[in-house]
Ligand binder design. Structure first.
Ligand code: GAL
Length: 310
């Protein structure tokens, strides 16, 4: 397949709809691995892989209600089911490979499945990018609330976890330990009281750019970006990117392709029927310190493996 229509159902190579919402793409050993929410049956997180971002092979339900769980710290709940047997809620999974421990480390937003009051982050690890991940439970970083989140890996191997704190009012940037299994410091606190969600980060010419949405549940709103010359800040005042609904999407993640193209991936949520939610992929431009996206319906792969938009 060499063509995708934005906002329609994208299929995997078996012809099944791709369930990888609120996700993340990790490039590893020649493949793009796409992780995302899969709320069907007893699944939580699914993984697909592709060599070209168009043809996706379903790999595994990497976390389900039946996943193995083990504690790596005290006072952590490792339950993947509630007492009544119902599912908890795992949202916006992100995965990085940690060189030091040679493991894939997943961070995700955890809620109890009834409401959004736990506001915690959870982690899991695996020896393979698409194996059965072992769940290590959820916690509140330094006691803070932690909801919409992302991971960012810097060129020197330092990783950051970014999440919405204080009932989504503030965005926190945490530096991770060098094994990525815990938080090492609260590196920056951005945009207090601005209610930014759905963070995604990219680095270009030694400047860090973060794009976020406003906090309106499944309904789309005006995307904004900020920038800094260090992840620790100071971060700039937010500026608009995209249109007033970010082209009917909420940021999921940003990919830099093997040949250097920057791509914005957004979720086009269906608030009435979550399973009908789709994705959009748009060219992301960073020029003169500004982050820009423009809308195109069609995404195509040329014979020279370039992604073009129409
Ligand atoms: C959005 C958030 C999603 C999900 C949703 C639930 O604001 O970005 O990840 O939590 O709310 O209403």
């Amino acid at each position: 397949m060499k063509e995708l229509m934005n906002g329609t159902k994208w299929m995997d190579m078996d012809g099944n709809p791709i369930h990888a919402h609120g996700g993340y793409i990790l490039f590893y050993e020649g493949y793009y691995y796409w992780y995302g929410e899969d709320r069907r049956e007893n699944y939580y997180i699914s993984c697909y892989r592709s060599k070209d971002l168009f043809n996706w092979e379903f790999r595994n339900h990497i976390i389900t209600t039946e996943s193995k769980a083990s504690k790596i710290r005290i006072r952590t709940s490792i339950l993947l089911k509630r007492e009544d047997g119902k599912k908890v809620n795992l949202e916006r999974p992100k995965v990085l490979f940690n060189e030091k421990i040679q493991k894939f480390v997943l961070w995700v937003h955890f809620e109890n499945g009834v409401d959004y009051r736990d506001a915690a982050c959870a982690i899991a690890t695996c020896d393979r990018p698409d194996g059965d991940f072992i769940y290590h439970g959820h916690f509140n970083p330094y006691g803070y609330m932690s909801r919409d989140c992302t991971l960012f890996l810097d060129d020197d191997g330092t990783a950051y976890f970014v999440s919405a704190a204080r009932d989504n009012a503030d965005l926190h940037i945490y530096r991770l330990q060098d094994d990525y299994l815990n938080i090492a410091s609260l590196a920056a606190r951005g945009w207090q009281g601005e209610y930014r969600e759905a963070p995604a980060i990219v680095k270009q010419d030694n400047i860090y750019y973060i794009c976020t949405s406003f906090c309106t549940g499944w309904a789309p709103n005006q995307g904004k970006f900020g920038k800094a010359s260090s992840m620790e800040g100071p971060w700039s005042v937010l500026e608009d990117f995209g249109d007033e609904t970010t082209y009917d999407s909420q940021p999921a993640f940003i990919v830099r392709t093997e040949n250097g193209q920057l791509l914005y991936f957004g979720d086009r949520w269906d608030g009435q029927d979550y399973f009908n939610s789709s994705y959009i992929m748009l060219p992301l431009e960073i020029m003169d310190g500004k982050m820009t996206i423009n809308f195109f319906h069609q995404v195509m792969l040329t014979d020279t493996e370039e992604i073009i938009f129409k």
